[in-house]
Design a protein around this ligand. Structure first.
Ligand code: ATP
Length: 326
């Protein structure tokens, strides 16, 4: 199997080294490295060089680190080009991670192809405009994905977040489609909140959520919020899934404030790698990675963001050691 590996910018490179080290311990995948991001823009005049895009289209999966200032031209474009319409962002409290809500386990399913992130903006006579696209087709596709995901993962409830009382046509379309799809899944409970109230409930009583389905921009914000509930961006993985392609990337970005210091937490990237392994059919290996990472953290060996002292490379070594013991 062929994997297009894009380390990208900032800590993307550092956490990708960890992922590669762990992958090489476990499976025989053909890892092919490609450039994209701020550095690619400087070198080639294109943040997402054609060669990289073509390679992503031809690979069995894309493993992505992070892009800096060029994120919109790289990862947002890549998601659209590869039609990975569902962004799956699990937030699970792990043993050993001090967090606001131990035991919490929620998944955000974010629509990935439209909404304000379409980037249709223009300016005229001192006023800036943005066009928000919400289609019935994409809403149905993501709603169905969320319910199927809930069923497959043995989850009990899907909650739609929207603002249909204000954005009557766009959010209204999304809400109506979610309600219609929900009626086909009698085994999964369905409810909905306006996005603002939903955020309050997420902070005050997140256990009322299980699977969350929402539009692109709300999903981006809410997935960082839920990551914060379980210990932060250092441990938040994600997958972008479509009919033909899949891109795996941590929720965090290039984090230039800590880049180059060797202290980035590779957990998000490693859990992302586990999601990729599961997607490719390596379920046992995926489980091993998840156990090794959690056991390492639970034993008190962590990077500075989680209160520890280990460098990225030292933490990775500990995870690899644990893998050998499983
Ligand atoms: P983007 O806007 O693309 O999401 P960003 O660079 O604005 O990216 P993030 O990279 O998402 O922001 O991260 C925000 C902050 O969280 C970082 O500045 C960093 O301090 C912290 N952070 C993010 N990822 C990690 C990580 N893997 N390990 C440790 N700290 C992290």
């Amino acid at each position: 199997m062929k994997i297009a590996v894009i380390p990208g910018d900032g800590i993307g490179k550092e956490v990708m080294s960890s992922a590669v080290e762990v992958l090489n311990e476990l499976v025989d995948l053909k890892l092919e490295f490609y450039e994209a991001g701020d550095e690619a823009l400087q070198k080639y005049g294109k943040a997402l060089p054609d060669e990289t895009l073509e390679a992503c289209k031809k690979s069995d999966a894309v493993l992505f680190g992070a892009a800096g200032e060029t994120a919109a031209d790289v990862i947002v474009r890549l998601r659209q080009e590869l039609e990975t319409f569902a962004n799956v962002r699990p937030a699970r409290a792990m043993r050993g991670v001090k967090c606001l809500y131990p035991g919490l386990d929620v998944v955000v399913i974010r629509e990935n192809t439209e909404c304000l992130y379409k980037g249709w903006e223009f300016k005229e006579k001192g006023s800036a405009f943005a066009i928000r696209l919400i289609t019935e087709t994409a809403s149905e596709r993501i709603a169905r994905f969320a319910f199927e995901f809930a069923r497959k993962e043995g989850r009990k409830k899907v909650t739609a977040l929207h603002k249909a009382n204000v954005m009557k046509l766009t959010c209204g379309t999304f809400r109506d489609v979610c309600r219609r799809v929900a009626r086909e899944y009698k085994d999964i409970a369905f409810n909905e909140y306006y996005i603002d109230a939903g955020c309050m409930f997420l902070v005050m009583d997140p256990f009322r959520f299980d699977v969350i389905v929402t539009t692109n921009m709300f999903g981006d914000i809410v997935s960082d919020l839920v990551a914060g509930l379980v210990g932060g961006l250092g441990i938040a993985p994600s997958a972008n899934v479509g009919e033909k392609h899949a891109i795996f990337e941590p929720v965090h970005g290039a984090a230039f404030d800590i880049a180059g210091k060797g202290i980035a937490n590779p957990t998000a990237m490693l859990l992302t790698t586990a999601m990729m392994l599961r997607h490719l059919g390596f379920s046992e290996e995926a489980k091993k990675v998840e156990i090794a990472v959690e056991d390492t953290i639970a034993s008190g060996k962590t990077t500075p963001d989680l209160g520890g002292k280990l460098k990225t490379s030292e933490f990775t070594r500990e995870v690899v050691k644990k893998l050998g013991e499983i």
